[in-house]
Design a protein around this ligand. Structure first.
Ligand SMILES: Cc1cc2nc3c(=O)[nH]c(=O)nc-3n(C[C@H](O)[C@H](O)[C@H](O)COP(=O)(O)OP(=O)(O)OC[C@H]3O[C@@H](n4cnc5c(N)ncnc54)[C@H](O)[C@@H]3O)c2cc1C
Length: 526
């Protein structure tokens, strides 16, 4: 029996602060040199607005779900306010939790969810499906004006592995399972999903599907949307069950309409996923390239030769230098150039063969293998960056990430334009780091990390830079998001990306499935 114990995230920080390590002294020195240390005052006490909902409606919801599953206490409401973007954290740090829901509902079954939606339609209540709460694009910040109340529909109780088909290699998972919980249940069956976004420890199966998430091992296992075989969805107009065969030609694939719908068309109540055998071997290693360009070209060659490892990522010169900026490594053998991480997971023979083929190709293209140590170090620290963001915010350094994707032929232009937009808007002393996080035969995604000295209005400071970067993505013909989704933050750029007809399709589907607009109002649909 796999025991599942859910640790809640701190409302103003990432994850479980007990798991956060203090800023290392060496890093502190570097930060002082680059930005100066400006200790922030203790994080302000958070102020919750009074719940603004008729108590009789709460009684009605209690009749539906049972009294234990309708929470109105401050703690429950605090923990279900917004997501974990840097602006979300900055607002929470100043004590502003003005988007708090009036109540938190904890359904246990698909029927409970359907009942909540019917109740919400009848009483015109806004409903925000809540998975792990790791959204970085305002996907949990629904509009409340015009509604009789704002409810967080927390999927925390829906955490079962409902079925496993060892012959077809599929599993049916409930939406509230976090990454490690889903992996633990599958591991007990000798299986894995292989989906490891950086938010893995807290994000959920339902959230992965609702945002079309992509993980660090997606080159090998596939993006989350590629792993989804079937879905069960509760919508305000009824149930939608999709995925009766591994592939079909039965009209447009409606699964694609649900994937990425960010809780605006319905609530995903179970996901059937493709699974793999637990890998017998996992090995990661580092490669050095003379430049970002040569490393990126090598990635393209690999992808187009059908020879991708399970993990492949390449840091640009700045990100490589920062990652290696430890006193004992500066000037050392591994310093300089650009660092690539490759990783292989699977059966022993398959891993050995793929590793050999990839290594031969990369060596032929001018890469230098640095062995397993950089790979071990990456794998060990792969989920730590969000904790580091909190430590940097603590000393007055504004840090945030953004991502995009384009075709290979447009890669260099996109990289240069987004970097320039960020540097110009944020000014001198800003660090813009980039890595290629995902690759395809036809293109790749670029993931930027930005660090700058926090000004007096840090949220506005960041939003201005983000708008400039987003405009640069559009001007370069790239996408506004490769895997962070749209939420509320990316809506204006989504409209530019899909055009008037695209927007009208989204609005039509919304009007059909959620005619009274109770699901996540203001999210995704321009
Ligand atoms: C530090 C950090 C690192 C990250 N790294 C990655 C990464 O590597 N790759 C990546 O893809 N993303 C990443 N993200 C973004 C985020 O983790 C993903 O978007 C994730 O898929 C969200 O899952 P969640 O369960 O937390 O969903 P939530 O944040 O709770 O919800 C996200 C959206 O989906 C809706 N939703 C949630 N559950 C359901 C459901 N069952 N039915 C319908 N709608 C639902 C919500 O209403 C909301 O609009 C990162 C975020 C952070 C903070």
């Amino acid at each position: 029996m796999v025991k599942i114990e859910t640790v809640e995230m701190h409302p103003q920080r990432w994850g479980d602060p007990a798991a956060a390590a203090p800023l290392p002294e060496s890093a502190r020195g570097l930060i002082e040199m680059a930005f100066g240390i400006d200790e922030r005052p203790a994080v302000a006490e958070v102020v919750l607005p009074e719940a603004d909902i008729d108590p009789a409606l709460l009684d009605g919801l209690r009749d539906l779900l049972g009294p234990d599953h309708v929470l109105t206490d401050d703690e429950a409401r605090r923990l279900r306010t917004r997501g974990k973007s840097t602006p979300d954290l900055l607002r929470a740090r100043t004590g502003d939790l003005s988007d708090a829901p009036d109540a938190v509902l904890r359904p246990g079954t698909h029927e409970d969810v359907a009942g909540i939606l019917a109740f919400a339609v009848e009483h015109h209540l806004a409903v925000v499906p809540f998975g792990g709460g790791t959204s970085v694009t305002g996907g949990l910040v629904a509009r409340r004006e015009g509604y009789a109340g704002l409810l967080s529909l927390d999927l925390l109780r829906m955490k079962r592995l409902l079925a496993v088909d060892h012959v077809s290699m599929t599993a049916v998972l409930e939406p509230g399972l976090r990454g490690p919980e889903a992996e633990a249940l599958l591991a007990a069956e000798g299986l894995t999903l292989g989906h490891y976004p950086q938010s893995f420890e807290y994000a959920t199966i339902g959230g992965f599907a609702a945002t079309r998430s992509s993980g660090q091992s997606s080159a090998g296992y596939g993006r989350f949307d590629a792993l989804v075989v079937g879905l069960r969805v509760a919508t305000p107009v009824g149930e939608l069950v999709l995925g009766s065969a591994p592939a079909n030609a039965a009209g447009p694939d409606l699964r694609e309409l649900v994937l990425g719908s960010e809780g605006t068309f319905g609530v995903i109540t179970s996901v059937t996923v493709r699974v793999r055998k637990l890998p017998a071997r996992k090995v990661y290693e580092g490669w050095r390239w003379p430049s970002f360009e040569t490393g990126a070209d090598a990635m393209r060659t690999l992808a187009q030769s059908g020879l991708l490892p399970t993990v492949i990522r390449l840091s640009d010169e700045s990100e490589t230098a920062i990652n290696l900026a430890r006193p004992d490594e500066i000037g050392g053998e591994t310093a300089g150039g650009c660092m690539m991480i490759t990783g292989y997971e699977g059966e022993l023979g398959v891993v050995a063969a793929r590793r050999r083929e990839v290594s031969d190709l990369l060596t032929g293209l001018g890469g230098v293998c640095l062995g397993e140590e950089p790979g071990r170090s990456w794998s060990h620290g792969r989920f730590n960056a969000p904790y580091l963001r909190d430590s940097l915010l603590d000393v007055g350094v504004l840090v945030e990430t953004l991502e995009t994707a384009t075709f290979w032929s447009n890669r260099d232009r996109l990289y240069a334009d987004v970097k320039a937009a960020l540097e110009t808007t944020l000014g001198e002393g800003t660090l813009v780091l980039c890595h290629i996080s995902h690759v395809y035969e036809t293109g790749c995604s670029l993931y930027f990390t930005v660090a700058t000295k926090e000004g007096p209005e840090p949220v506005e400071q960041w939003l201005k830079a983000k708008a400039a970067a987003s405009d640069a993505m559009m001007a370069a013909g790239a996408t506004i998001t490769h895997h962070h989704a749209v939420g509320t933050d990316h809506k204006p750029w989504l409209a530019m990306e899909i055009g008037e007809v695209g927007v009208s399709i989204l609005r039509a589907v919304k009007a059909d499935l959620d005619p009274s607009g109770v699901l996540n109002p203001g999210v995704l649909i321009p």
